[in-house]
Design a protein around this ligand. Structure first.
Ligand code: HEM
Length: 167
């Protein structure tokens, strides 16, 4: 093997490693952030997300996190509350405008999930005491699903006020 061949092989290997690193950093960022709406680079948004602390939201505040751009929600975030726990469901493909479950975006959704009905009148209901056993099973099943799948960003003030004495 002469020197030229060795150099060509070396340049090829360095190039391949460089391209591999670029590609794997990109996909790592996407999986971890899971945020299809984020416009900044994925690794930046990972760092941002790690710093976010859970906090209290009022119902009025929660309503602004419905995937529609506004002064209070410039990044079109989508939050859904289940049993008063607020999940970031941004980019899931279910809750964005005109997506299957967009009704839930920015709302406390427990009663609708318990009854398995897509009725806006069932949103933001804080009293679950009249749900039957089957409905409660549905609800806890969905809650577990959300817990497994989504990041928690906080809790709903009105839910805590209404239900905390029962906990
Ligand atoms: C014909 C009726 C329905 C069918 C065939 C259906 C089908 C599905 C399927 C296949 C998924 C899983 C999607 C996935 O993980 O990729 C799903 C998730 C879900 N469904 Fe339905 N569904 C129906 C009715 C409803 C109703 C009435 C509600 C209202 C409470 C509802 C609420 C949800 C929710 C909240 C999720 C979880 C989405 C997530 O992972 O964030 N579904 N449904």
């Amino acid at each position: 093997m002469d020197l030229t061949t060795v150099l060509i092989i070396a340049v090829f290997i360095v190039g391949a490693v460089f391209i591999y690193n670029m590609y794997s950093n990109q996909s790592k960022g996407k999986t971890a952030s899971g945020d299809a709406y984020s416009s900044s680079s994925d690794s930046d948004s990972d760092e941002e997300e790690e710093k976010i602390e859970e906090r209290e939201f009022t119902l009025e505040e929660l309503h602004t996190y419905n995937g529609v751009e506004s002064s209070t929600n410039p990044n079109k975030k989508i939050y859904v509350s289940v049993l008063g726990k607020i999940f970031d469901v941004t980019g899931s493909g279910f809750y964005g405008p005109n997506e299957t479950y967009d009704m839930f975006a920015g709302h406390e959704s427990s009663v609708a999930l318990a009854k398995n009905e897509l009725k806006p009148s069932l949103l933001d209901q804080l009293d679950i005491s009249s749900l039957g056993a089957f409905e409660k099973d549905n609800l806890y099943g969905m809650y577990n699903h959300f817990e497994m799948k989504y990041r928690v960003v906080g809790w709903l003030k009105e839910w805590e006020d209404m239900n905390k004495k029962d906990k």
